[in-house]
Design a binder for this molecule. Sequence first.
Ligand SMILES: [Cu+2]
Length: 457
Amino acid sequence: MTTRRSFLSGAATLIGAGMVTKAGAASVPEAPVQSSAATQGPLMPPNGRPYNPVVTLNGWTLPWRMKDGVKEFHLVAEPVVREIAPGMTANLWGYNGQSPGPTIEVVEGDRVRIFVTNKLPEHTSVHWHGQRLPNGMDGVTGLTQPGIAPGKTFVYEFVARNAGTFMYHPHADEMAQMAMGMMGFWVTHPKDPKLHAVDRDFVFLLSAYDIDPGSYTPKINTMTDFNLWTFNSRAFPGIDPMVVRKNDRVRIRVGNLTMTNHPVHLHGHTFEVTGTDGGWVRPAARWPEVTTDVAVGQMRAIELVADEPGDWAFHCHKSHHTMNAMGHSVPTMIGVDHSGVAQKINNLVPGYMVMGDKGAAMGDMQMPIPENTLPMMTGRGPFGSLDMGGMFTVLKVREGLARNDYKDPGWYQHPQGTVAREWTGELPAAPRAPGAPPSRPAEAMDVKRDGDMHHHH
Ligand SMILES: [Cu+2]
C-alpha cells in the first residue's frame, strides 16, 4: 500500500491514456490510467465541495476536471493486464488501465458528466447501478441507448441525486464483459460531510474468474464454476490489508458482481449494515452482525468501531472462495486411495504430488504448479502458512497511527501470554459423545468426497 496522495502528487503518477476519437479529442478530458495494483490512499477533493474520501482496496479514485460547474470524468473501456496476485497475471477487460475500473467519487447534488471511450473489439455501454437518473442515461444497450461502437466515445450526464454506494458496469454482452472484469465502484458523498462520517471508508467489488491453470484469459461461458474469487480482481495474498487506528469508526463497502452470493465475515468485532445500494439503513432498522450476505448484484456498507487491536481476518465464509485456482482442479484425497490420481494430475503438471491423505493444509509444502497459476492457498503469516487464498484479507487495528496513515504496519505484536500455544501439562478429562466408538488414529479415517475433480480440461 502506498501512502496517501494529494491530487497533485497523484496526478504526477498518472499517464494520459492517449487519443480518443478524433471528434471528441478537443473537448474530452484526459483519461488518467493506473498502472500499480497497490491500494492508493484517499484522493483529497481538489476542487468542488469537501467530502471524506474513500480508499479503494487495491485500486484508485478517478480524478476529474471542473468545467462550468460540472464534474467531468473520462472512462476508457479497454483490455488490461491485471496482476491477480504475485505470480499470476490475467488478461482482463477494464477501465483506464485496470480491472476493476477506478472509483468515481462525487457529492450529492453534483452535476456529473462522464465520457466513455470504447477501446474494446465490441460495443459496450455503462450502467450506473443504483443511481436515480434520467432514463436515457441508464446505459442499457438497445433499451435506453445504442451500444457504444468500438472506437467511439459517448457522454453520460446526470445529477448525483442520492448520497450512497453504487457501482458501474456494462449493460452490453454482459456475460462476457463482466466475466472479463468490467466493473467499477461509485460513491456519492453526502452534501454535509458530517453526515454518515467515519474515520476510514474502504470500498471494493467482489468478482470471480475462471482461468485455467497455465493460462491467462478468463473463460467467459462459465456460469457458476469459477476458480478465482477476488476482491477488486486480486486474490489473497495479493489483497492489501485494511489498516485502521484503534477506535476508528470504519466503514467497509462491498459490491457483488459475481454470479453467486458471498457471506462476508469479520473476526473480533461486531458490525452493522448501515447502507445498501438503495440508500442508508435507518438506525432503528440495524442489528449487530459478524457476517452479512452480499447477494448477486447487491452492495452492503458495514460499519464498526475498531476497538480490538490485532490482525483480524476478513473473508468470504464460503470456504472454496478462500482458495485459488489449484484448489478447484485437484481432488480431495483425505483417506482416499491415491493410485491413478497422481498420474492423471501429472498429465497437467509434471511432478505434481497428490494432496495428502492427512488433509489439504499443504501450504508449507513446495510443489511444481503450471506457469501463471496461484497455488490454491499461499498466504503466509507470522506463524506460517495461512492456508488461504481468494476472498481473504486482514483488518489491521493498531494504536497510534496517524489519521491518514494506510501503510501496512506489519504483523501484530501480540502481548505476552495472549497467543494460543502448545500445552504439555496436566489435562482435564475429554468426555466423548455418548455411544461414540473409541477414537482411532487419523490415518484410519475413511472420509471420502466425490465430485471434487472439476473437469475443466
Ligand atoms: Cu464467496
